[in-house]
Design a protein around this ligand. Structure first.
Ligand code: AMP
Ligand code: MN
Ligand code: MN
Ligand code: MN
Length: 275
């Protein structure tokens, strides 16, 4: 069975519609797909309908942004009840935070000599949850950078002017909302935070204390050794293991649907929580 429990549609910063995402997953041999758009459930219904029609297992999910120890951290909620009041409230707060944050990002870019970033990014966001990818597209269009990756490298990535994370809520409140929605809280892509092992262990200890239950032992493409290390860490914290591509777009083959490594045997797969 191929599980891909982290993927984005154009309801957030992915390229494909929820329907096309599920079709692509089907063609890639994915047996169970979770749609985990940033701070929205808007794509879930369409994705679920397509998954039912194509015979793909479907898990309703979401990826929420949190602030932890001055860093931006992502928590995936899997198997959530999309009508949960607690979750919908948090989503509303995240959407407000995104709007406020976009003004701050624009201000900071303004100080770096880039004018009109809020309006420019808003054009790309088209009323959807505005985020850094929309700013990246604006920066590319205006010729400030050569491409999307360069926009993050120069202006939007960790430590750069557009890296604004202070408006995100605590881990605690997000994990609480996911659990109130009957979901499983998963710490997303732990290797992407560029933390030392001891820092990551501190994060995981707090994540567990907040009620977090799983960690992505596999995210996108990573080395065999990285997967082994993450499996050991998951065991150490008695966390369930999740795996997903973090698919956004077909032109990033390192995040292709269904292509990530399988979970090591020692792991307790997160789907055991839903059996
Ligand atoms: P936001 O949710 O507004 O903070 O935007 C974060 C999103 O931007 C992530 O989910 C990725 O899709 C994308 N992203 C983050 N860092 C990079 C990067 N270095 N290169 C390309 N895309 C990135
Ligand atoms: Mn994204
Ligand atoms: Mn993420
Ligand atoms: Mn993601």
């Amino acid at each position: 069975m191929i599980y891909d429990l982290h993927a984005h549609s154009n309801a957030s910063d992915g390229i494909l519609s929820p329907q096309d995402l599920v079709s692509r997953a089907k063609n890639a041999g994915v047996d169970v797909l979770a749609l985990t758009d940033h701070d929205t459930l808007a794509g879930i219904e369409a994705a679920r309908e397509t998954a039912d029609a194509l015979g793909v297992g479907f898990v309703a999910g979401i990826e929420l942004s949190a602030l932890w120890a001055g860093r931006g951290i992502h928590v995936v909620g899997l198997n959530v009840d999309c009508s949960s009041g607690a979750l919908l409230e948090v989503i509303g707060q995240q959407q407000n935070a995104r709007l406020q944050r976009a003004h701050l990002i624009s201000e900071r870019l303004g100080k770096a000599g880039i004018k009109g970033a809020f309006d420019g990014a808003s054009e790309f966001a088209q009323g959807l949850n505005i985020g850094r990818p929309h700013f990246a597209k604006f920066l590319v269009r205006e010729g400030y950078v050569a491409n999307f990756q360069a926009a993050f490298k120069t202006y939007l990535g960790a430590g750069k002017p557009g890296d604004v994370k202070q408006l995100w809520p605590s881990l605690d409140s997000l994990v609480g909302a996911i659990k109130a929605a009957g979901g499983t809280a998963v710490l997303a892509h732990p290797l992407k935070y560029d933390m030392t092992r001891s820092r990551l262990c501190t994060l995981l200890a707090e994540f567990c204390a907040s009620g977090g239950e799983a960690v992505e032992v596999v995210s996108g493409s990573q080395t065999v050794q990285e997967t082994k290390n993450m499996a050991i860490i998951a065991q150490q914290f008695d966390l369930y293991a999740s795996c997903g591509s973090d698919f956004h777009t077909p032109d990033q083959p390192w995040q292709e649907l269904g292509r990530s490594a399988r979970l090591p045997e020692v792991c307790r797969p997160v789907w055991q929580c839903w059996a």
